[in-house]
Design a protein around this ligand. Structure first.
Ligand code: ADP
Ligand code: MG
Length: 683
């Protein structure tokens, strides 16, 4: 039912409610308090101290109108007495209270009382007239909920309508979990929880209610994960793979290095998935520089040597371009057809490429998100690898499956996600971890110094033959003004301090061909210093570059700083990361401290999560994190674990949720969550 039809709401207030995301009665019930005030304590007026926040039970004995100088309105003071003393409600801009609270009104007043001379005054108050029983009180003499609100929507109104809905439906709320689960986890029943989360009988009841609702939020999310995982496992591939090693062996010969132990292990895990009769759905985690690309290529080659097409998707054009070059180099004598699709090809070129893909003439296709756009049709697609998955999000992952439900999918990410979060975001995937760096790497030395010292250092390193990145923050790559100032700054450096170096400038607004040529010249060591925006944040691999200077580093988040630093330290040379800029906020100081103290991506991710909270950690929508109302992935991870187990157990026992006891769960899941998990069209 639309919230508009709740008594006391109507179209105008309904519009305001919509602003806080409340459209239906159900939304309203799920609009939870963000804190509570204990207003249970009553006090007699005589005992109140200066500045005390409390409740009194009193009667209106007099109205006083105090004319205000230089103002048209007068000030209303309402005198209250309770037999022990007097207090005054000072009513600014509320002349209507004179009529609403006539002499003789009995009521409870809550507020902060101030002593003004001999008078006791309260100007910021909430009151309730005494009509029925204490049960009917909503804003006084109880634990009072404080809701997220907005302009034009006050607490009192929210409390009133929520209480109304709760009272009217008391006894008719249906249970949303099974008896088994409720019993096994000692949870409060739904009807009790929903009452106590809004109007708790006690703080213990409130905790219990919240615990139950948090469990429920996690449970349904994990149920979706469990079903998704199951669905993929249920599909049978038509493909039959064999490790023929035709392409793979030659690729290994071309490499020029041995795989690390960790790389061998995860390649095995990936191959096992591909050889199995069910589709692969695997996440490959490995810190920046750990060597994920060659794992991806091994998988691509296994698909191709078995006669299938394989796709590799990258989040940026320059990264896609780089992958193209890497494959060109490593697979040059294998006779494979590799195609690159980006968003900026001419229609004609594009059309020709699409045709080759559709006719099966392309073995490997590399591209940005353009790859999963509807127009790309494969003749025999078997495998998709998504690089830097965290830059895409689950939506794209879901759309990918539309290309074929039995596809093998490998997603790779360098942003090591704290375990708790990984379970939530990638709970339907199997996980492989590269926990070892290629041999001979020296940890990057991170420093912070004055700009002038840094530029001297840069020139010194350039003279020694090193290559340098200088990165400027640009909040919005398409912001022309901001970009202009970065380009001007770069030009200035180029013509003054860096006059003796070969300087290149790179940003997102440049033409693809220009970007490509700059990157190529940097790779070929024709450029010493690359001044750029964060378009080089992920994936770029130029092992000779050994200095990363981050301008205004205080403006970047930890994940980005770690990724940027990961652009250096990829060769045998000692690398440096220099953080410029002053940390003004406590948070940016903390970020800097973390960066100076560790190179470990997992630790950095944990700190990041702690500093930002889970909501912002990923940007909720993009990454398909559950929209959690009460639950907090970080602080409630214990509940998350039990809820996850309960959900996975249930699906293992009763995959179609057919048992009588699971009916509630099934119907709630279908109604509320099914579409979110894109179950049905997506494995
Ligand atoms: P990331 O995991 O960040 O994607 P890359 O795949 O780009 O890392 O690899 C980083 C660098 O390490 C590349 O230059 C790559 O050629 C090199 N590399 C990868 N594996 C090894 C290895 N086993 N031994 C030596 N160098 C390696
Ligand atoms: Mg990479």
């Amino acid at each position: 039912m639309p919230a508009q039809y709740i008594k006391g709401v109507g179209p105008v207030r309904a519009a305001v409610l919509e602003r806080i995301g409340v459209e239906t009665v159900n939304d309203l019930l799920n609009h939870f308090p963000f804190r509570y005030e204990d207003r249970r304590k009553m006090k007699s007026i005589r005992g109140i101290m200066d500045n005390e926040e409390t409740n009194i039970y009193a009667m209106v004995t007099k109205h006083r109108i105090v004319p205000l100088r230089r103002r048209r309105t007068a000030l209303l003071k309402i005198v209250l007495e309770d037999g022990t003393g007097k207090a005054e409600m000072v009513c600014f801009n509320q002349p209507y209270l004179a009529e609403a609270l006539p002499v003789g009104t009995q009521m409870i007043v809550h507020g902060k009382f101030r002593k003004k001379g001999t008078a006791l005054q309260v100007s910021n108050f909430e009151y309730e007239k005494l009509a029925g029983t204490d049960e009917d009180l909503i804003s006084t003499k109880r634990i009072v909920p404080i809701y997220p609100a907005t302009e034009g929507l006050n607490q009192r109104f929210l409390r009133t309508i929520i209480k109304r809905v709760l009272d009217e439906n008391a006894g008719s709320f249906s249970e949303t979990l099974s008896d088994d689960i409720i019993r096994n986890h000692s949870l409060a029943p739904y009807s009790e929880a929903i009452m106590n989360v809004h109007f708790p009988q006690s703080f213990e009841y409130m905790e219990e209610a919240r615990g139950r609702l948090i469990f429920e939020e996690f449970f349904y999310w994990e149920l979706g994960m469990a079903l998704k995982k199951l669905k993929v496992k249920e599909v049978e591939k038509e493909r039959k793979y064999e490790v023929k090693k035709v392409l793979l062996s030659r690729f290994r010969e071309n490499l020029g290095f041995e795989f690390t132990k960790a790389q061998k292990r995860v390649i095995n895990e990936v191959f096992n998935d591909m050889l199995s009769p069910n589709p692969m759905n695997r996440l490959l985690q490995g810190d920046v520089g750990s060597g994920k690309t060659v794992v991806a290529i091994s998988a691509l080659l296994l698909a191709v040597e078995n006669g299938y097409q394989a796709a590799l998707m990258a989040p940026t054009e320059i990264l896609a371009e780089q992958h193209m070059n890497t494959l060109d180099k490593l697979l040059s004598n294998l006779g494979l057809k590799v195609e690159l699709i980006t968003g900026r090809q001419t229609p004609k070129t594009r059309k020709a490429i699409l045709e080759r893909i559709e006719e099966g003439k392309a073995d490997i296709v590399i591209g940005t998100h353009a790859l999963i756009e509807g127009k790309v049709k494969f003749s025999k697609l078997g495998l998709v690898v998504i690089d830097e998955q965290h830059k895409f999000g689950v939506i794209q992952r879901a759309r990918l499956r539309e290309k074929g439900s039995s596809l093998d999918v490998l997603v790779m990410t360098a942003t090591p996600i704290p375990r708790t979060l990984a379970m939530t975001v990638y709970g339907d995937l199997d996980v492989s971890v590269i926990d070892e760096m290629p041999p001979g790497r020296k940890p990057v030395i991170t420093n912070s110094m004055k700009d002038t010292l840094c530029y001297d250092f840069v020139m010194k390193k350039v003279k020694e033959g090193s290559q340098v990145y200088i990165v400027y923050p640009l909040v919005n790559e398409s912001d022309k003004l901001e970009l202009k100032s970065v380009v001007e700054m770069a030009e200035k450096l180029k013509n003054t301090l860096f006059k003796k170096a070969r300087v290149g400038i790179l940003h997102g607004q440049m033409k693809s061909s220009e970007k490509e040529s700059i990157m190529k010249r940097f790779l070929d060591k024709e450029i010493d210093i690359l001044i750029t925006t964060i378009i080089i944040e992920v994936g770029i691999d130029i092992p000779n570059a050994s200095v990363m200077v981050i301008e205004h580093s205080e403006r970047f988040g930890l994940a980005t700083l770690h990724q940027l630093r990961g652009r250096v330290g990829r060769g045998a040379e000692q690398s440096y990361c220099i953080l410029l800029g002053r940390a003004y906020s406590a948070e940016s100081r903390q970020r800097k401290k973390v960066m100076l103290s560790t190179n470990d991506g997992f630790r950095i991710a944990e700190e990041d999560l702690r500093l930002r909270g889970s909501g912002e950690f990923f940007g909720t929508e993009q990454h398909g994190l559950p929209e959690l109302k009460l639950a907090n992935i970080v602080t409630d991870h214990k509940i998350l674990n039990t809820a996850r187990k309960a959900a996975f157990d249930l699906i293992e026992e009763d995959p179609d949720m057919e048992l009588e006891e699971n009916r509630n769960i099934r119907s709630k899941f279908t109604k509320k969550y099914k579409s979110r998990f894109a179950l049905g069209d997506v494995g």
